[in-house]
Write a protein that binds this ligand. Sequence first.
Ligand code: APR
Length: 311
Amino acid sequence: MNKISIVGAGMTGATTAHWLAERELANLVLVDVVEGMPQGKSLDMLQSMPVIGRDVSILGTNDYADTAGSDIIIITAGLPRKPGMSRDDLLSANADVVGKAATETLKHSPDAIYVVLTNPLDTMAYLTLKLNKLPRERVIGQAGVLDSARMRAFVAQETGVSVENIQCYVLGGHGDEMVPLTHHSNIAGIPLRDYLPADKLEAIVNRTRKGGGEIVNLLKSGSAYYAPSAAVAQMSEAILKDKHLILPCSVYMQGEYGLSDIFFGAPAMLGRSGMEKIIEYKLDPDEKALFDKSAAAVKDTHEALKKLVKI
Ligand code: APR
């Protein structure tokens, strides 16, 4: 049985464990700083396994030693946003938490693949890669699957077509400058630009960009967790089953799309070695301009990180 450890047993971490256990994908470890909480949640979840007929072990702990030998480490520890905050406002608080999670887990699982969810996402993935000195194949940020799923859900609501027929691609940084592609995104092969009137499409693009903030404002405390955790479960399955599945992810660029030394959202092939390949789309000039603007915003956050942490 494979092993996945999830650091941060809060809303996102625990819900990730739930989706993963349902897929019977791996034995699971939930780690948190709060004493008792990961143990209690894990025990509760473990007791639901007989009901749904899944044979996985689920362990809650405060000790990183219990994560030893993990195939995948998922990092969801840290603060979520409050209403009015941007993801970048979390930088200094979450850099400490993610830095510790990354270095402590690597001591016990030197071969693990990292999937990072904590915000500001692209920069937390960058921190994990740099601190742990890992090859880029082994650090992937979860953002694009979520942002694309939000867009797919809105398109399905607007058109009444099954979500299964709707493919959307949201690239770029995981912030308000993200780039929903309206030509490559399609309904059963028909580009969205040709399927939906321009005003409806623009409304969907704008709602997608602010999709996380909409939920933060509704919840009043905490941020989204069902869709982010479902997204990381899909990525984990693609890795452990060596599916070579192409999903939008935050990946470390080495020249692709003209970008280097930055984590940025692009379609990537996921398999047993992690991030196997970055797919390069031909972007329209207007999409390229948005892409570059988003990259500049992410670079700024990377630079702000470098002032906080020596990497
Ligand atoms: N080590 C381990 N766990 C920690 C640490 C640490 N140093 N610091 C905080 N945590 C734990 C908290 O105790 C809490 O249980 O991280 C968990 C975070 O859970 P929530 O507060 O419920 O936040 P959540 O909604 O899960 O979001 C976590 O994921 O999507 C992102 O923006 C979101 O950055 C946020 C992160």
